[in-house]
Design a protein around this ligand. Structure first.
Ligand SMILES: Nc1nc2c(c(=O)[nH]1)N[C@@H](CN(C=O)c1ccc(C(=O)N[C@@H](CCC(=O)O)C(=O)O)cc1)CN2
Length: 292
């Protein structure tokens, strides 16, 4: 049976370290990192994520600013709020929870956040940096996935990585990170031919397609490390259940290590958001990033 990569434990460890770092920033630099989270609408899952983000921000000693706007909020109002957060010295990180209602232009909103306060790594400047000098802010889900992979496998050099899914939030930045870690990287998607065969070549398989239990155990190379990014709510035996993009039962009989859903990548996404906020606060304050 595969080793279970426990995202909750990894996230707790990261938050414990961040709490120490935040405490030092306060005592040595009088700096309290602040994170503003903006939620437009009432998507139930987004409400849970935003609540957890705010709670954990406070738990590590940072300031949390929550902005909840009605579903029918117009784009100009949202852009005005972002402009005021960009100008607010107490705010070092700004996150606009996705998805946004369809009448709002996501691209415009993401790029209205100052790239210095972007903690999602979605701003064009940070996307560009990840794909060139690697110096910008890295999107939280891929960053958390990479941290768990390195902790599980050590050096990733030369490993064959297959990412199923080509989203801007996960698939593409994950590919950039694995490439930087010296993996040989393939991005697969809904139009990929011989997907099962391709998956069987992977030493590292990252599933980020948003299709419940799509990847079966016999698609996995024996001993491979599987990162399941999917978070799908399904109805089963009259109850709502959370499952990944990987069929966990069959996959865990073949894989060497696997992240569960829930309790895998999800908790690390939020912990990495806190990490990115601390990084941005230090950058804005001109504190050497290797200093703490
Ligand atoms: N601005 C952003 N929007 C969204 C992002 C993002 O990184 N930035 N990612 C996702 C949602 N997301 C974070 O916002 C997120 C998803 C899941 C979890 C999580 O902890 N999941 C738990 C299960 C929780 C549940 O019951 O639903 C788990 O997997 O154990 C955290 C964050 C889309 N939007």
């Amino acid at each position: 049976m595969a080793t279970v990569i426990n995202g909750k434990e990894h996230a707790q460890q990261l938050r414990d370290n961040l709490a120490i770092e935040v405490s030092k920033l306060k005592s040595d630099h009088a700096l309290v990192p602040g994170l503003a989270v903006v939620l437009v609408g009432e998507d139930p899952a987004s409400q849970i994520y935003v609540r957890n983000k705010a709670k954990q921000t406070v738990e590590v000693g940072m300031k949390s600013f929550e902005h909840r706007l009605d579903t029918d909020t117009d784009e100009v109002t949202l852009l005005d709020l972002i402009a005021s957060l960009n100008a607010d010295d107490a705010v070092h990180g700004i996150l606009v929870q996705l998805p946004l209602p369809p009448h709002i232009d996501e691209f415009k909103v993401i790029n209205a956040v100052s790239h210095d306060k972007d903690v999602d790594g979605f701003h064009l400047m940070n996307v560009g940096r990840l794909n060139t000098d690697g110096g910008g802010v890295v999107p939280c889900t891929p960053l958390g996935s990479l941290m768990m992979l390195k902790s599980q496998l050590g050096d990733l050099t030369g490993l064959n990585a297959v990412i199923v899914g080509r989203s801007n939030i996960v698939g593409k930045p994950m590919a950039a990170l694995l490439l930087k870690a010296n993996c040989t990287v393939t991005i697969a998607h809904s139009r990929t031919k011989n997907l099962e065969e391709l998956c069987r070549t992977a030493d590292i398989l990252v599933a980020a397609v948003g299709r419940p239990r799509m990847i079966q155990g016999d698609w996995i190379k024996p001993g491979a490390t599987v990162i399941d990014v999917g978070i799908n709510r399904i109805e089963e035996n009259g109850a709502t259940k959370l499952v990944g993009d990987v069929d966990y039962l069959s996959a865990s009989e073949v894989a060497g290590a696997i992240t569960p859903v829930p309790g895998g990548v999800g908790p690390m996404t939020i912990a990495c958001l806190l990490h990115n906020t601390v990084q941005q606060a230090k950058r804005i304050a001109g504190i050497d990033l290797s200093d703490q």
